[in-house]
Design a protein around this ligand. Structure first.
Ligand code: PRP
Ligand code: URA
Length: 211
């Protein structure tokens, strides 16, 4: 499998590393986990939203007309359920003009393959930029299948954002979708025999939703 790390951006800001350390700690409570995930997503948002296309506009300030730029079209934020909601909700709060799409994926505990169970999209999704989010990129199966579903709908401009990526997941995703940039807060060491990321942060969905 081709390994292409060139499409990967790992955000190395001290605050991002600090917040991620809180998330990784097994003694962090579900309440603190959720609050810290929100802050971390906001810190990453500067980069996650950086590719958005703008158009030239003329606006009128209280003093005069000026040329500036606004969003060409609000993007679609696509959450890979469940854990994706932990990031998507916060991006949606920062950019309420966006739309939210949902793709339900549940990893099979034996095969670790993603099992699809739900999808809901805005009708004009094909014409809009897309930000696909899931905190964890482990084998890459869930993100690869989700991006493929978006492409089948006609979406052409996708960025994938996660918190923790495994090298195996980055390689698989890069091979399947070499056109999609990956933004992560950390590139971890490897997967264990159960396809959990090491050192990782555990099961993101369980920690966000206290299940
Ligand atoms: C987790 C995570 C990703 C997926 C990553 O979800 O949120 O969606 O696993 O693993 P992969 O890269 O090997 O596909 P999970 O299937 O546990 O579902 P959940 O979000 O409902 O907990
Ligand atoms: N899903 C998670 O939530 N965590 C992992 O480490 C791997 C998959």
């Amino acid at each position: 499998m081709r390994s292409d790390l060139s499409q990967l951006t790992t955000l190395t800001h001290p605050l991002i590393t600090h917040k991620l350390a809180i998330l990784r700690d097994k003694d962090t409570s579900p309440a603190e986990f959720k609050a810290t995930l929100s802050t971390l997503t906001a810190l990453m948002s500067h980069h996650i939203f950086a590719h958005l296309n703008l158009r030239d506009v003329t606006i009128t300030t209280p003093l005069e007309d000026m040329q500036t730029q606004k969003l060409l079209k609000a993007p679609v934020i696509t959450s890979i359920l469940r854990a994706g909601n932990g990031m998507a909700d916060d991006l949606f709060t920062l950019l309420p003009e966006a739309s939210m799409a949902h793709i339900g994926m549940q990893r099979d505990p034996e095969t670790h393959e993603p099992v699809f169970y739900y999808e809901k999209y805005p009708t004009d999704i094909a014409t809009r930029q897309n930000i696909l989010v899931d905190p964890m990129l482990a084998t890459g199966g869930s993100a690869i299948e989700s991006a493929s579903r978006l492409k089948k709908l006609g979406v052409t401009d996708i960025v994938f954002a996660c918190l923790v990526a495994a090298p195996e997941g980055v390689a698989a995703f890069s091979a399947a979708h070499p056109d999609i940039p990956i933004i992560t807060a950390a590139l971890d060491r490897e997967l264990n025999d159960s396809c959990y990321i090491l050192p990782g942060l555990g099961d993101a969905g369980d920690r966000i939703f206290n299940t």
